[in-house]
Design a protein around this ligand. Sequence first.
Ligand code: ATP
Length: 366
Amino acid sequence: MSSSSLTIAGLAKRYGAFVALAPTGLEVPAGEFLTLLGPSGSGKTTLLSLIAGLATPDEGEVRIGGQDVTYRPPYERDIGMVFQNYALFPHMTIVENIAFPLKMRKVRDAEARKRAFEALDMVRLPHVAERFPRELSGGQQQRIALARCLVYRPSIILMDEPLGALDKKLREQMQLEIKRIHRELATTIVYVTHDQEEAMTMSDRICLMNAGQIEQLGAPSDLYFRPRTVFVADFLGESNLLPGRVTARDGETLGVTLTGGAGSGPAIASGALPAVGTDVTVMVRPQNIIVRAPVAGSGRLVGRLTDVMVTGSLTKLYLEATTPGLPQLVAAYPTRSLSDGHEIGQLLELDWQPSDAVAITAAPGH
Ligand code: ATP
């Protein structure tokens, strides 16, 4: 299967006065798995529809494999699409469903059937070839929808919430399955989801969208551990977001005094280095927090334990800062036993490694 690069240049879409997609640029190298992630209404489907040719932009260009396809219809773009509703034809058998796109492309019957069986092997369902869609489970139907897309070997596959209708366990299985197929075929995939865990599991890079714009684009670990904005930090899982002000700067390392007066310990900047006196938000992920008995005079953040939650694999401690002006604090660690010895109401000092504290400077408009 060939795979193509995708270039988006200054692409924008408005509905009347409403900006669904502000002018946006994006380069997707051939073979990459890119996920468009963002809250409802952030413009993910709009961008995907413009790539697919299901909508026309007000300005800008879409290039696939270097060719300008901005105003070409979907069937002239060499793309495959998989959506949440599988839209299999109920009166056709599975193998007929999969062969259908090839028939539309005038591939002769024997060849189409052979390739349909290869696609069925790819999704590991060769034994259901002669069944009808209603005789398959939801997860199986979604695999068939994927096979029907793989069968004509598109150079880019677009997926819009393809696993949205499946339960959690099946969704996780299918995530692994799609990853495996991506590895085997090395085709370019643009995947839309609003599920941050799914995006983190599957993607080479995540394009996090907010209000019709790209908020941050990067590897999952970049967005998770080095968010550029509070929006990114907050969207990608739980975090401690502690307001404060830069009070010292030593090379790349910042000293931050948190609102209420506690010191943050050394922190690193997620973007350009902020000057002394700049307001920042220090982000620390719950699993990077180390709790211990308070040390008199340490000047570090102290919290009073308000809740202990054992969520199976993780134990979470919720704390209220003893200094004013800070939000609820959360620390997490792997559950080792059901009673971890902590008592509600006890005071704990919160510490972390300098490289685990990220100082985010609020960009204008955020
Ligand atoms: P979701 O996760 O809910 O699917 P999304 O990020 O995919 O959201 P889009 O479907 O791209 O969001 O929609 C972006 C914005 O554009 C939304 O506010 C939506 O209401 C608006 N929009 C989309 N299509 C149209 C249309 N045909 N007419 C008017 N507004 C539209």
